[in-house]
Design a protein around this ligand. Sequence first.
Ligand code: PLP
Length: 445
Amino acid sequence: MSSVLHRNLNLNLPMAVRGEGVYLYDAAGKEYLDASGGAAVSCLGHGHPDMVDALCDQIRSLEFAHTSYFTSRPAEDLAEKLISLAPEGFGRGKAAFVGSGSEANEVAMKLARQYHVERNDHKRHRFMARRMSYHGNSIGALGAGGHTQRRAIYEPMLIDNLLISSCYYYREGRPGESEQDYCTRLLDEFVQTIEAAGPETIAALMVEPISGATLGSLAAVPGYFKGIRAICDQYGILLIADEVMCGMGRCGDYFVSAQEGITPDIITIAKGLGAGYQPIGAAMASEKVISALYDGSGMLSNGHTYMGHSVACAAAKSVLDIMERNDLLGNVRRLGAELEAKLRTAFGDHPHVGDIRGRGLFWTLELVENRETKQPFPVEKNIAGRIKHVAQQNGLICYPSQGCINGEAGDHVLVAPPFISTSDHLTELVDKLQTSMDGVLSSFA
Ligand code: PLP
């Protein structure tokens, strides 16, 4: 019986004891291909020797110095590097380092509010986001997002956010509606929601440039983000890009915002930033936001004890160095194309796979009871949960979820393999996924 408070009190989880490359091992010696890194965390795989060296070197020289007294080399180097990789408009920006994606979004929300206050615009306090978005489980970030199941019992404690539609053409495009018309409809809805709420009350819109946990590596239709950016500018609303899951190379570039041709005002990252070697997230503020602070109080009105932690920052900088030295972005693009081809070959005609979508090494199969009507499986069949269980028994760690349709029905399986994978690992991933899905879905044939 575990003494750790896990999410499911009744599950008897195997004990993970070792990781090497793309594999994890439990105490019984069973091997698991880690094809999702939990939720898109382990981009370098496990036990990377250069990471071990970087961590040991840093902990020997300096483990921690509080950020109200000192800056540190690892934090400076990491911030400088991230800013140099960020989209245009971040040139004289800055990065704050915290412990997770949720905290990064808390910092982003506070920064957005502070930006307006510094400019004497005290009314702007509301946050907008998209339905079925997920921005973290802390109360602020949970309140900003639209994840209905995770919000449910905390609803009375959450901030008064404003939700607009997600960009989900496969499900929400109308019959005969082109992607372009769908995009126009969503942008009109955004404008109407702003107008109805009172633009002068809105601080920021928070969006995942590619939706992850809830909608499964779902990219927007062309032109959507440029339209969103223009509307935010028109109404003086800040744009926060939550790249916690999709960023840091997962989709083939360090920032999906750059792929979409936009400069957000604030970008948040985590997961692949520390690659699982250290818990770390960052809120990156553009020049525009930092200028408002310089022109105003000259302070970031926020702080956490472990901000800018030296070992976490050294780990993240080492992740970026390893990525560069080994051209891992190139790997993501090459392997991503291969993974897409393998998934389409294996599942393109599958009677229960309605949509195959993704970018880079971030791919999802959306499962349906009926391909023609896109009818999802009944919630009580718990298809995602069963696939997760069977896949783990088959030695595959993937990331199935339920609830992509309004937080209730709708199952999908997401994979996010490490950037150090080989073609053989991708073959093993697809084979094991096929066996696991067939094991669960064959009874519905
Ligand atoms: N934002 C996005 C897009 C996420 O996918 C997640 C986690 O899945 C978070 C924020 C929260 O990150 P964390 O779990 O590190 O707090």
